[in-house]
Design a protein around this ligand. Structure first.
Ligand SMILES: O=C(O)CCC(=O)C(=O)O
Length: 271
């Protein structure tokens, strides 16, 4: 992993707080990328036993919590260069690892993911204390389903939780209106084109989406989500049940407590 030119300076961290998104230069290097790509593809091959992808919808393959069993991914998720950047973005010394995921938009048919904010599936509050590090395992552009970010969208606060494949509200009674198109709200939308190995960071209030993969090329990503250890453990309003089921079991009484004190998620010191 590259440790060169990766660190995030204070002014960029301050911008991240208001804009909700930044990207950084290459972190994963060629040899490592090859190994991660081949493991990532293996998760979704029927011949690989013991791993059951958590498929959220047709054409968007997901497997969660790979750090627990796959050492190659674990060493990325806990790499000090990466975790220090997250801590710098959050302005803290201690963070917790909430979850990691491998996302694949297959070459043959993939779906759009509608505008959403990650707070709907994040077990930590406030949502601006949650950061997703989205690492491109392949070059990503608009043709193979790059993410798009709505700059400044954290300022909109919590919008209605959304079904990612239909774009319809996921929680009835909260609000019947769908998430608005950020461009109609006057927000700038940025397409996150990345070279393999580069990282895009967003927080859990940043509105983002991704399009279909129409390129004939794979689009594989490794995404690690962290929170400040000072964030409060919270019930996510619309988390798919499988993703935190084991961590949450028996911890309902702990909602509202400091997440770093609970022993549910690993605490990482980044000073
Ligand atoms: O990979 C994608 O297309 C979307 C990922 C996403 O929504 C996220 O990482 O929060």
């Amino acid at each position: 992993m590259s440790t060169q030119n990766m660190s995030i300076h204070r002014d960029r961290a301050a911008r991240f707080q208001t804009e909700g998104w930044i990207s950084s230069t290459a972190f994963l290097e060629a040899k490592e990328l090859d190994a991660l790509r081949s493991e990532a593809s293996g998760f979704f091959s029927p011949s690989k036993t013991g791993r059951r992808p958590d498929r959220v919808n047709d054409g968007f393959d997901v497997i969660n919590n790979v750090w627990k069993t796959e050492s190659r991914f674990r060493s990325v998720a806990f790499h000090p260069t990466l975790t220090r950047n997250v801590a710098a973005l959050l302005g803290v010394n201690h963070i917790v690892l909430l979850r990691d995921s491998v996302y694949v938009k297959p070459v043959t048919g993939s779906s759009e993911l509608h505008w959403h904010q990650d707070y709907q599936a994040a077990p930590a509050d406030p949502p601006t204390n949650v950061v997703a590090c989205w690492m491109a395992l392949d070059d990503v552009d608009i043709e193979n389903g790059a993410m798009q970010m709505a700059i400044g969208s954290p300022g909109l606060g919590r919008l209605v939780p959304t079904n990612l494949s239909s774009g319809r509200p996921k929680v009835s009674g909260m609000n019947d209106s769908t998430v608005p198109d950020p461009m109609e709200l006057g927000l700038q939308v940025v397409t996150v084109a990345l070279k393999a190995g580069e990282i895009s960071y967003h927080n859990a209030l940043t509105l983002h989406r991704s399009g279909q993969n129409t390129s004939g090329r794979p689009r594989r990503a490794y995404v690690v989500r962290y929170a400040s250890a000072d964030a409060l453990y919270a019930r996510a309003p619309a988390a798919p049940p499988h993703i935190y089921a084991i961590e949450h079991a028996g911890h309902e009484m702990d909602y509202g407590k400091r997440i770093g004190d609970l022993g549910i998620f690993p605490v990482i010191e980044c000073s």
